[in-house]
Design a protein around this ligand. Structure first.
Ligand code: ZN
Length: 561
């Protein structure tokens, strides 16, 4: 009996050893090479961009990329000493001989281990600062890459600039938290089959991860592989971190899940985020009569860079303002804007006009719930440069005031011209017609013309194909008194010769009268009043972008809003 037991023990041990050996061989087969980033180092961003453009045109890549965002706290990494994350990206069914292009952006604060690869070989690598472009040749139908990241600890005594928003200090721990954005871009026409993602090591067991493919977020479970078809013209994004979670529901039973950093300072109330998200989603659902998703993920993080992203079923919003300040209150506009992309950009696609329509939506919902943000938006639109909206081809900072704010205001002006019922019918028809495809400005004009039964060429010419805005003035003012009544007559002229309806308001000590007048370059307006006029306001409800001014003529205050 005793002998048998010992023999069984050795047999079992032998089997285990054999199994381990097979595992080691399998592992060394699948991960046979590693690569340190000893690349061609370029001396300027311009050189890098030029080389990248050359590479893209040489291999005729379609445009998509993979991004990875982290939300791990170094503070916990110190205590738990588990600061590494490893992920694997595998390609299946590589049919083209074109190289796989991978763009990596790793902030200096995150330590990046060598990349391990199998069945592909490096061909060319060039870098500028934290960004590298890597090209790999596929060697067989399937290949994979393994990335490992660990977080570099930074002592408060080291030279971390205190005003760098991507670091956060913890007094007691004396470490800095890297809040930077890390992304890996993959742009390859070589993959016609599938791509799989595997997050097989995360710093914490309760790590939550999300994968974005074709505008849709899905959750990714640590240790479980996710296989997705290669998107043709869209991006991947992997977002991982430690989050707290609360949930609720909006109109029509739409589920809303709020995620927020659970072990870092996060001063915004998750409940407030939930309440506002409910209002926004319910407003969009009832205004646009379309529900793009039954479930929304609202992911909040302490971002040092990209501030917000909106997808068909969720948003990722950061906390840093454009000026590098930490926003410690609910950012209503950002949440409303990114959620609007579920309709404009997710459900239906309008190219660069997505930003105009999403900004139109965020201003609409904010003002519906009592915020007065049109004067702010008009001011941005007035500083939007001299390029007509229809001629803008890139979403870059120089054009953003035009794309977001002037664009949004033009839709608001169209609402004023057509009236609420026709305008919102038009927007609903636009979403139905452009669902699952990309529409352009001509398609937008056609839909509004069809729904309104009007020729709108004049409107689109004025607002999209010219960078001018109306410049109104009040002239030739006359006031007649008769039996205690006053007849006020004046001319409104527009130096830029637009054809637009305009609200004209007159205020006396006794009343406040508003008329909607069509101005075609100019128009004569008259009001019958019970007292002398004190003030004339043009565009008091901010229906359009126009030159704003204030002056006094014949004792009457003139304000052009
Ligand atoms: Zn946007």
């Amino acid at each position: 009996m005793k002998f048998l037991k010992v023999r069984t023990f050795f047999v079992v041990l032998g089997i285990i050893m054999l199994f381990l050996l097979v595992l080691i061989i399998a592992e060394s087969n699948s991960i046979n090479e590693s690569l340190n980033l000893d690349a061609k180092i370029l001396s300027s961003q311009m050189e890098y961009s030029m080389l990248k453009t050359q590479t893209v045109s040489k291999y005729n890549y379609s445009n998509y990329n993979i991004s990875v965002l982290f939300n791990f706290s170094i503070e916990k990494a110190v205590l738990g000493f588990k600061g590494t994350m490893i992920e694997r990206i595998s390609f299946r069914g590589l049919t083209s001989s074109k190289p796989i292009w991978i763009e990596v952006h790793i902030p200096d604060k995150i330590h990046f281990h060598p990349i391990y690869y199998s069945h592909i070989e490096p061909r060319e690598i060039f870098c500028y600062k934290e960004r590298c472009l890597l090209l790999f040749n596929p060697l067989s139908e399937n290949g994979s890459l393994i990335f490992a990241y660990s977080f570099k600890l930074i002592d408060q005594n080291s030279n971390v600039p205190f005003n760098d928003p991507s670091y956060k200090f913890f007094g007691n721990e004396k470490v800095a938290l890297p809040l930077g954005l890390t992304f890996i871009g993959i742009n390859s026409a070589a993959t016609s089959g599938e791509v799989s993602f595997l997050l097989f090591k995360a710093p914490w067991e309760d790590t939550k991860a999300f994968l974005l493919v074709n505008q849709t977020l899905t959750s990714l479970i640590v240790g479980k592989e996710k296989i997705v078809p290669t998107p043709q013209d869209n991006q991947f994004l992997l977002f991982a971190g430690r989050f707290g979670e609360i949930e609720g529901s909006a109109m029509n039973g739409t589920k809303i899940k709020i995620y927020y950093p659970s072990d870092e300072p996060f001063e915004i109330s998750p409940q407030e985020v939930l309440n506002w998200s409910k209002k926004v989603i319910s407003t969009y659902v009832s205004t646009y009569s379309i529900l793009p998703s039954k479930e929304y993920y609202i992911i909040n993080w302490n971002s040092g860079e990209a501030n917000g992203n909106g997808f068909i079923n969720g948003i990722i919003v950061g906390r840093w303002s454009a000026r590098g300040r930490l926003i410690d209150r609910l950012n209503k506009r950002l949440i409303a804007h990114e959620l609007a992309h579920s309709w404009f950009g997710g459900y239906a696609n309008f190219g660069l006009l997505d930003e105009a329509l999403a900004t139109f939506s965020d201003l609409y919902v904010e003002n519906k719930f009592g915020e007065d943000t049109y004067p702010f938006a008009e001011n941005k639109a007035l500083n939007s440069g001299k390029v007509p909206l229809a001629e803008i081809t890139k979403n870059v900072p120089d054009y953003q005031n035009a794309l977001y704010y002037k664009g949004a205001f033009v839709f608001r002006s169209l609402q004023f011209v057509l009236g609420n019922e026709t305008f919102f019918n038009g927007l609903r028809e636009l979403l139905r017609e452009c669902h699952g495809k990309e529409c352009n400005l001509t398609d937008v004009q056609n839909v509004f013309e069809k729904v309104s039964g009007q020729d709108l060429d004049w409107f689109f010419k004025e607002w999209f194909y010219s960078s001018k805005v109306p410049d109104y003035d009040v002239r030739s003012l006359s006031l007649e008194e008769k039996n205690g009544k006053y007849l006020l007559t004046f001319e409104v002229i527009d130096k830029n010769n637009f054809t637009m309806p305009l609200e004209v308001e007159v205020i006396t000590s006794k009343e406040k009268l508003v008329k909607k007048v069509w101005i075609k370059g100019k128009a004569r307006v008259s009001f019958e009043l019970n007292d002398k006029p004190l003030k004339i306001i043009l565009d008091p409800n901010e229906w359009m972008v126009n030159e704003n001014k204030e002056y006094t003529t014949e004792g009457i205050k003139i304000t052009v809003e």
